[in-house]
Ligand binder design. Sequence first.
Ligand code: ZN
Length: 662
Amino acid sequence: MRLHSTLIAAALAAAAGVAGAMVATGLPGPAFPDFGNAAAVKAACDRGLARATAGVRRLERLPPERDWVAAMDDLNALIEDVSGPIFVLTSVHPDKAIRGATEACELRWQDFSSTLGQNEKLYRAARQVRAQDPIDREFLKTTIESFEDAGVSLPLAERRRATALNDRITALAQRFEKNVRDANVQIALTPAELQGVPPSLWASAKRDAGGRVRLPVDDATYLPVMQNAVDAAVRERFWRVDNQKGGRVNLKLLHELAQLRLAYARLFGARSFADFSLRRRMAQDAATAGRFLDEIGRAVGERERAEVQVLHDAKAQALGRPPATVKLERWDVAFYTEQVRRAKFAIDQEAFRPHLPVQESLAAAMRMAETMFGIRYTRVEKPRLWHPEVQAYAVSDAASGRPLASLLVDLYPRAGKGSGAFVWSYRNSSTRQQRLPQALLVTNLDRRGLTLEDFGETLLHEFGHAVHNNLSATRHASQGGTNVLRDFVEAPSQMLEDWVYDPQVLALVQQVCPACPPLPEAMVREARAAKRFGSGIRYARQALYAGFDLGLHGADAAEPMALWSRMEGATPVGHVEGTIFPAGFGHVAGGYAAGYYGYLWSEVVAADLRTAFGSMRLDPVVGRRYRDTVLREGGQRPPQTLVREFLGRDTDARAFYEELNR
Ligand SMILES: [Zn+2]
């Protein structure tokens, strides 16, 4: 309770325009609230909603003059403070009752947001305010657009319909996610069936009465099993279970979601939800995004077919049968990709684990950010958070010692925790309020250590989001850090993924952990070459996901399974009858609807950003310029402008295609 009132006090101070940063448990900014039970969440939710509602009433009475923008941003900051930590806990809190309470609270906030989005008084005021400079103009533009996208300028009956559709979409998307998260499937396998799978993955797992290993199908086990299980029947069982995640009920939910989103877009005269949504993005419309995906598809198609052929031949050879009598199955792709990589490049991702212990890899990622951006991470001892393993760091400016931000880190999988890896920017910077940002980095890493892929694609990737939040210093909290256009937000993270192949970056592991066995340079070089093998399949798969998402949110809201089986059926490996991949595709059900193409779109930007560093990945001068021109600016200027400022020219796709064709 005490911690929570600290939070409210900070929010109030912030809302009143007073310097709100206070130090608790050694972290810059307010402490994370400690809810003892579900009732405490409910009480905090009640208080938060009451405060926010009062804030709206105050703002409604404010004349649309100069300080209106600041007051509107203060309201957004207040909402962020009282709701952000509660939303975070839905993905990470070990107590199911608390997660239930935070989910219930999320729904109430959704009601609040849709009512706020329809607030005519605030919308009219936003349109009357005269921006004093480009930053405020951008703020007002985004504010007015989000009011309009919420339906405030529609006739009354359609506005009601917009609200009803929105509420239903949120509720269905939440149910979809829950069905995936709560799946908790296990497969019972004998040690003989697990041949090839690293024993450290399953040796300590629970056994059933018959002595069989009960292996969970989750982020930590999926790839190691698919890449290593020698027994094809085991891979098939594992793959099929993973491709049933969410269940058939989720296919219905997904179809209904697509139809509801189409109905929503139609209220605004848009042809499809994709067009409605993309008009606010870098891509501008669905046709442009579609052309972009086609272009990528053409660029990688040849490579994909060639790689599939190599895998097919590898399987035939392994089975000692003529290629014509062998079929490459979906559950063979990861396995034979790994076999070919090992044979061709003498590489084994598993072999990296002893070199990359989890905690030391995290320390190396921090050292990387310290070197590039001129910052310092200081660990805070024994923070009171939702689980004893969650870590807390204070981030400061190395030169001045000035506190900049705080970062929480939750590394390991456990029951009830959301899958995958992600960053929650639950508090955003505002120089106007002297408000320091806070983020939570969540991963589900294997305790045995990281593969090189984990290090780059998971840890460094998420680190990109974390520094985007932590190092932004925008005037308004609403524009802080990762509050940028959806098809740009991945670029800073994707840029860093490639850093794992840099010897200087890998040397940092040695620097923070002299006792760690050094990484042989040849092993990294081979890993990079191996990574290139499979890139055709990987990019084609990403383009397939993105095309499916655009198709689902197209002009006819296609039935998901019909669309998916047709699209996947047209790929070289084909579709497997009876599997329902879309039922577990949370991105498309949730916030990434019609936005999945953004991963590829921003990858093109990321490749271009990398050109500024050349071969000096840790260059502190370029890093500092990047911090000041891109990270610091968050969403207060359009991404095209930030990238132009950083690169000294307009962004283009040359670097991306050069890397692809190398
Ligand atoms: Zn990301």
